[in-house]
Design a protein around this ligand. Structure first.
Ligand code: DI6
Ligand code: FE
Length: 401
């Protein structure tokens, strides 16, 4: 992080662990950072074509929302009302609602309509400094509709100044036409859907939902093996509602991340630490489900597990288009420090996407994706619920907001 210009009253000890540079400067050439350091250390005679002069604002890496289901159709407000009336998420899922109601809506929607609906949400996230977004499929659940979702996800990166990373989430729920046969559906994912997605170059990674209401560790393992055979990295929705050993499974497969992880036990955390698997914390879903068990943050710290923070933007468990709010919740509900939260949407989120060589830190050679904040100290970036202190956003060296 860099603070540009003098800031009277700012606490020099704040965020010491983030590598804060006071009175800093950042230069970019061809969209990449060419200089990041103290202004006084800029090489003599440095001349820039365009200069943005700041006065006390803070510069962070552009934020990375590393876990979203942003491409979907319609909404599930009616189910929310049922849950307010006492029904559980699992009850609704077993009755054919939940993920499957979004599957119906997605199958009926055109690509154009899906794109339009997703762009509304994307614009909100970008307005809060997001410069990289991960988007999953998982509401199509047949080859044509999963391809459709991934094409729309990729196209968002053409429509807006944002880096788009996609994940194939075929193993999200069992579609009605599978007639209850989970193993046969997993076989279809491995032999038909995944190869088609890989051949089209539409997925950067493969995800799954390992849960009592979704797929077992053995079934997910088959998907992971198929992904490995195609050279695709894996990640997992793990231990969100129950402890199913998902985090340990993810770690065993060298997954980029294990996500949710509320119910992950010590063995799972230890395995993640050893494998370098990032824990992606999704406090929006935790809040929406009125979950009681927070992820084992202290255990993650003890085992050196990196923690990312993301919105989980989806129509069911996380109807949320504010990464700043997710960050606030990660601190207030999960007990992350301000430093951890900021790393969670930059450096660790980049690791969760396998992109830490490209984005997520202010280092020479990284993409010049920046968020510039009108705040006196970093905690102010996400302190006030509903307030957005973004001053400017830079994507690949260009000011875009
Ligand atoms: N866990 C989640 O939080 C989302 N998917 C998943 O596997 C929920 C998706 C939804 O309810 O539509
Ligand atoms: Fe999710």
């Amino acid at each position: 992080m860099t603070q540009a210009g003098a800031q009277p009253g700012a606490d020099p000890a704040a965020c010491a662990g983030l590598g804060v540079i006071r009175d800093g400067a950042i230069g970019s050439i061809d969209g990449r950072i060419a200089f990041a350091g103290r202004r006084a250390d800029l090489p003599a005679g440095t001349a820039a074509r365009d200069t943005i002069r700041l006065d006390g604002q803070w510069i962070t890496p552009g934020f990375i929302d590393c876990h979203t289901h942003i491409v979907y159709a319609g909404n599930r407000a009616a189910e929310w009302e049922m849950r307010l009336g006492g029904a559980s998420y699992q009850d609704i899922a077993r009755a054919g609602g939940g993920i499957l109601s979004s599957v119906q809506a997605v199958r009926a929607a055109s690509e154009e309509s899906l794109r339009e609906q997703a762009l509304v949400r994307l614009d909100r996230l970008m307005a809060e400094g997001v410069t990289t977004l991960e988007a999953k499929s998982g509401y199509g659940l047949d080859t044509a509709n999963e391809l459709k979702l991934l094409r729309v996800a990729r196209s968002l990166g053409d429509e807006r100044a944002v880096r788009l990373v996609t994940s194939f989430l075929g193993a999200h729920a069992l579609p009605p036409e599978a007639a209850g046969d989970r193993d046969a559906f997993i076989a279809r994912i491995c032999t038909e859907m995944l190869p088609a997605v890989a051949a089209a170059g539409l997925a950067d990674a493969v995800d799954g939902f390992c849960e009592g209401i979704a797929f077992s560790p053995e079934q997910i393992e088959r998907v992971f093996n198929a992904a490995r055979a195609l050279g695709l990295p894996v990640k997992l929705h793990a231990d969100q509602l129950t402890n199913g050993g998902g985090a340990a499974l993810a770690a065993r497969h060298g997954a980029l991340s294990a996500d949710h992880v509320e119910y992950t036990d010590e063995a799972g955390a230890a395995a993640m630490g050893a494998a370098g698997t990032v824990a992606v914390l999704l406090p929006g879903a935790f809040y929406m489900l009125r979950e009681r068990q927070a992820p084992p943050v202290e255990t993650f710290r003890r085992y050196g597990v990196g923690m990312a923070v993301s919105t989980d933007c989806n129509p069911g468990t996380a109807p949320l288009v504010s990464l700043l709010l997710a960050m606030h919740m990660a601190a207030t509900l999960f007990g992350l420090t301000v430093d951890e939260v900021l790393k969670g949407v930059t450096f660790e989120a980049a690791r969760a996407l396998g992109l830490s060589d490209t984005i997520g830190s202010l280092e020479v050679g990284r993409a010049c994706d920046l968020a510039i904040w009108s705040v006196g100290r970093p905690a102010e970036i996400f302190h006030i619920l509903g307030h957005n202190p973004l001053f400017a956003r830079v994507f690949a060296g260009n000011v875009t907001a």
